[in-house]
Design a protein. Structure first.
Length: 390
């Protein structure tokens, strides 16, 4: 058994954003040495790791050189050089989740085909090499408005995804490889996080419900437990386990789903890492998602995934009207509210809809937590030193 604690063991993390920073809270708790690679000199993780390297996550040599310094390598963002990860794995460095898993997930077209090939329920879709190919199929009447457009690579935080309802929206799409999905009428957007260790232990977190911002296509609230029937929750957890098993991942896999009008559950997409939908667990769970990811990739016993209390998370994103040096207006006010914990990610510059932090609200009564979340949302503003002229 490897001695991870207060030892020479080194965990390498590719990506130094807020997910890396929150993972580092847990490595500090266990006194595990950490190395971080990120392209930004201002990366939020810089303050919390033992060794920080500034470099391009998509550059083969940079990732290879960095990875060789670690005993186990993980990532907090999917846009990393997979060929370098494969080479590191060949050299005996443990990479979790594996490059093979990441390859199936990085490209949304490959990911969707994977669901179809493994009998995993998902929205019907077509894949296109370019915008022209999409337009030609649309003109032939192969699909109609409205539909969901997704760039196959590079999409995150609402970017690279659009609901296309008319000709103007169709013309405005980027020229990039993409998929077009049927727009599914759904009751709820749900998510389940699955943890899996190399020795095969598996645990799922409770089903959460996600409420989205109508314009930014970003999660605005995450509610745990989801306000759904227990039979639907059980179906969602079982489906998430099936997806996890098929991907053969190690670490965390966040599975986003739709609950349809007739209570079927369809997989939307997955992320092989800690996820926005699991942040509530830091305050509300017995084992938070970041500790669980650490336990999973180090093949330690997985922790209890139950919640202690009801939890609601509110994302803090940059106000539409501001950019520049960030100011968290009225943060002192929300800290007076019962059960409220703000998390500030450490990004110095704000811009419209940029994720700058989150706030967790816990309460025995979930409706009370949801009501306080609404108050938090209305009170705090993430503004900047420069106003944007609209």
């Amino acid at each position: 058994m490897t001695n991870y604690f207060s030892s020479d063991f080194k965990l390498g993390i590719l990506g130094g954003g807020q997910l890396g920073k929150m993972l580092l809270y847990e490595t500090r708790k266990y006194d595990i040495q950490t190395l971080v690679l990120d392209p930004s000199a201002e990366a939020p993780s810089r303050i919390a790791c033992d060794s920080f390297t500034q470099g391009d996550l998509m550059d083969y040599e940079t990732v290879l050189e960095f990875g060789r310094k670690a005993d186990v390598l993980t990532f907090e963002i999917e846009t990393v050089n997979v060929e370098a990860l494969e080479k590191l794995e060949q050299e005996g460095i443990k990479v979790y989740p594996s490059p093979q898993t990441l390859k199936k997930i990085q490209d949304k077209g490959v990911q969707k085909r994977f669901y179809a090939d493994h009998a995993i329920p998902t929205a019907p879709f077509s894949k296109f090499a370019s915008k022209d190919a999409l337009l030609r199929c649309f003109q032939k009447g192969d699909f109609q408005f409205p539909f969901v457009w997704k760039s196959t690579t590079g999409g995150y935080d609402g970017k690279g995804v659009a609901v296309v309802r008319d000709q103007a929206a169709l013309e405005a799409l980027e020229d990039t490889p993409c998929i077009a999905e049927d727009l599914i009428p759904f009751k709820n957007e749900l998510a389940v996080i699955v943890a899996r260790s190399p020795s095969g232990e598996v645990k799922t977190f409770p089903v959460v419900e996600m409420e989205f911002h109508p314009e930014a296509n970003q999660v605005e609230y995450v509610i745990c437990p989801a306000r759904i029937e227990s039979s639907v929750a059980e179906k969602a957890r079982k489906l998430a386990e099936k997806v996890s098993e098929r991907f053969e991942h190690v670490g965390l896999l966040a599975v986003e789903m739709f609950q349809t009008e007739d209570d079927e559950v369809l997989v939307n997409e997955v992320a092989p890492r800690p996820h926005n939908s699991g942040h509530y667990s830091i305050e509300a769970g017995f084992t938070n998602q970041f500790e669980q990811h650490l336990r999973a990739i180090l093949d330690l016993p997985l922790g209890n995934t139950d919640s202690k209390v009801g939890g609601v998370m509110v994302n803090l994103v940059g106000d539409e009207g501001y950019t520049g040096n960030v100011i968290y207006e009225n943060i002192e006010e929300i800290m007076k509210f019962k059960g409220v914990t703000p998390h500030i990610y450490g990004k110095k510059i704000t811009r419209p809809f940029r994720k700058m932090g989150h706030v967790t609200i816990v309460a025995e009564d979930l409706s009370e937590a949801r009501s306080t979340a609404e108050k938090v949302k209305k009170t705090i503003r993430v503004i900047g030193s420069e106003k944007i002229n609209s």
